[in-house]
Design a protein around this ligand. Structure first.
Ligand code: G3P
Length: 230
């Protein structure tokens, strides 16, 4: 399973990218708004905000040189296609994120036919994942945490989509999204997700283990002791 970072914060991406484990980045409008407002940026118009958004997407793509999902905000198919084409022109690495609605599916088909990669998002059922794949999506994003919030299991949905895709030779890649904790990452990998897109805090938590820290401390102090005795 490949590891993506689910953020629009360039500092966070820079830090995780430096570890050499990152295969891509996903953003969404909430994450972009959070990253820009957290940085205290102010905008005179919606056009200026959108311009900054596209600048951030380009910067992330240049940095990671790997797929970067950027969401179209239109709700009609023509608007999604127009936005998708503009975003795709920013970099060969940009993937267009569209919601799994009737308009989203229609736009996905049109963009896919023109060779634009689409990540169909807000997937909450196996049938939505089947529709997305048949509309030509390169990626589908089931939202694990938000499914768990409703009392069902996001990991079970990933397992079901995997089974359907394998049974029918469907090549769309499954991105486990709305990851909330490290256990989601392990379980998504076991359920057959191709990719997990992980928030910064959870990504950092994947690495942490107290015994690793204790082990390093002990190795170094034993080494120091041995040096004293030379
Ligand atoms: O990848 C989708 C993610 O950004 C949504 O996460 O925690 O808001 O459900 P969450």
């Amino acid at each position: 399973m490949k590891l993506y970072l689910d953020t629009a914060n360039v500092q966070e991406i820079r830090e995780i990218h430096a570890m050499g484990v990152l295969s891509g980045v996903t953003t969404n409008p909430s994450l972009v708004a959070k990253a820009l407002t957290q940085a205290g940026e102010r905008f005179e118009s919606e056009a200026a905000f959108y311009e900054r958004f596209t600048g951030v997407v380009r910067e992330i793509a240049e940095l990671v040189q790997a797929p970067v999902s950027a969401e179209a905000l239109s709700t009609d198919a023509d608007g999604m296609v127009a936005e998708g084409k503009k975003l795709a022109a920013l970099s060969e690495h940009v993937v267009i994120k569209l919601p799994v609605t009737a308009a989203g599916l229609a736009a996905c088909r049109r963009l896919a036919d023109e060779g634009v990669a689409v990540n169909m998002t807000l997937i909450f059922s196996a049938n939505q994942a089947l529709l997305a794949a048949r509309a030509g999506a390169r990626y589908v994003s089931p939202f694990l945490g938000r499914i768990d919030d409703t009392g069902w299991s996001g990991v079970e949905l990933v397992r079901t989509i995997r089974e359907i895709y394998d049974l029918h030779g469907i090549e769309a890649e499954i991105i486990a999204a709305s990851i909330r904790h490290p256990q989601h990452v392990t379980e998504a990998a076991l359920a057959g997700a191709d990719i997990a897109t992980i928030p910064y805090g959870v990504f950092k938590a994947l690495l942490k283990h107290p015994l690793t820290d204790i082990g390093i401390e002990r190795f170094l102090s034993d080494w120091e002791k041995a040096k004293q005795e030379l």
